[in-house]
Design a protein. Sequence first.
Length: 85
Amino acid sequence: MQEFTYTLKDPVGIHARPAGILARKVKDFESTVTIIKGEQSASAGALMKVMALGAKQGDEITIRVEGPDEDVCAKVVEGFFRENM
């Protein structure tokens, strides 16, 4: 299991456009990617559930990656967050 935390920098937080791109991106991997905000969590591949987390600018989220290609997947997802959110 790979896990990292990230503080959202985008003024809108996690919104439809980047959440949709992320959902498509994680489908390229066998690993499961979960976004955790407080007590709530959502699969990164489930656009509406990710949006329902209500993550806003300044919120700290945890991203957990589990699966056979987790090393590569975690690097790609972390890079995506740093560039887009």
